[in-house]
Design a protein around this ligand. Structure first.
Ligand SMILES: Nc1ncnc2c1ncn2[C@@H]1O[C@H](COP(=O)(O)OP(=O)(O)OP(=O)(O)O)[C@@H](O)[C@H]1O
Ligand SMILES: [Mg+2]
Length: 255
């Protein structure tokens, strides 16, 4: 269940964002992407989420190039990947319905499978899972509140709960704690570590170096148009191989 970007070249119009970026995530590991604003962290997550095809290079899931297969097959891959966007986008409905949404998508898919192989269907009570996920992010009490009435930080936590309730194989998180106070940041970080314990592969884009240090197994440093360094978290922070990594981490490298 490894998800991998291999030698990806990508850009928008005439602007180049990536020139040969490679990054993988395996089950049960947390990979942090760090790098200055505008370098392409969200772009890389969108590519890994199979929302956009790279201009060149490939995105592979379990060693299968996902843009070489049928649309139907790609949709099945996409359903195994949960993504939390930088801007939490909730529907104009209750918190509970928002948390359930991914689950309903997944269930319509498992309903089809049920006919073919009933043993594949694990979950039957979707609402319970959504409530569990809301409990995890400390928002169980707000389940029946309108999502539109939530604060920015609460909305961000509901978006996270939605991705969690979905029980993806891979979880892609774009700045999931940017609007949160230290206590709620800790809640989300605990949930990420719990997801890792359950064998989910997590990729998180973050501006928070301490967060990367706290929760990541590996860190990828995105600078210019490339990942200039990727490796064990402690090594990248304590003993980087690229001088630019040290400068970026210490805040000396201004872009
Ligand atoms: N849809 C788009 N059309 C045109 N340019 C885009 C688009 N999306 C992103 N870009 C550009 O691509 C570059 C990378 O953007 P991206 O959002 O991936 O950066 P980021 O590292 O996530 O930044 P931040 O840390 O501020 O979230 C930026 O220069 C941005 O302006
Ligand atoms: Mg971004």
């Amino acid at each position: 269940m490894t998800l991998e970007a291999i030698d990806v070249h990508h850009g928008y119009g005439t602007e180049t964002v990536f020139e040969g970026v490679s990054l993988s995530v395996s089950p049960g590991e947390v990979v942090a992407i760090i790098g200055p604003s505008g370098v392409g962290k969200s772009t890389l997550l969108r590519l890994l989420a199979l929302f956009d095809a790279p201009n060149r290079g490939s995105i592979e899931y379990e060693n299968q190039a996902v843009w070489d297969v049928s649309e139907q097959r790609r949709l099945e891959y996409r359903r195994r990947i949960g993504m939390v966007f930088q801007e939490a986008s909730l529907f104009d409905a209750s918190v509970r319905r928002n948390a359930e949404y991914g689950l309903r998508v997944r269930r319509s898919w498992t309903d089809r499978l049920r006919h073919e192989l009933s043993s594949l269907v694990g979950k039957t009570n979707g609402t319970g899972d959504a409530i569990d996920a809301l409990e995890t992010v400390g928002l169980r009490e707000q389940a029946d509140q309108d999502a539109s009435s939530l604060s920015g930080g609460e909305a961000q936590r509901v978006a996270f709960a939605r991705a969690l309730a979905y029980e993806p194989d891979i979880l892609l998180l774009d700045e999931p704690t940017s609007d949160l106070d230290p206590r709620n940041t800790a809640v989300i970080e605990d949930a990420i570590l719990e997801a890792r314990r359950r064998g989910i592969g997590v990729v998180i884009a973050t501006h928070d170096m301490h967060q990367a240090e706290r929760i990541a197994d590996r860190v990828a440093v995105l600078l210019g148009n490339d990942i200039i360094e990727v490796g064990n978290t402690e090594t990248v922070f304590e003993n980087p191989t690229d001088e630019r990594t040290r400068k970026f981490i210490e805040g000396e490298l201004i872009y």
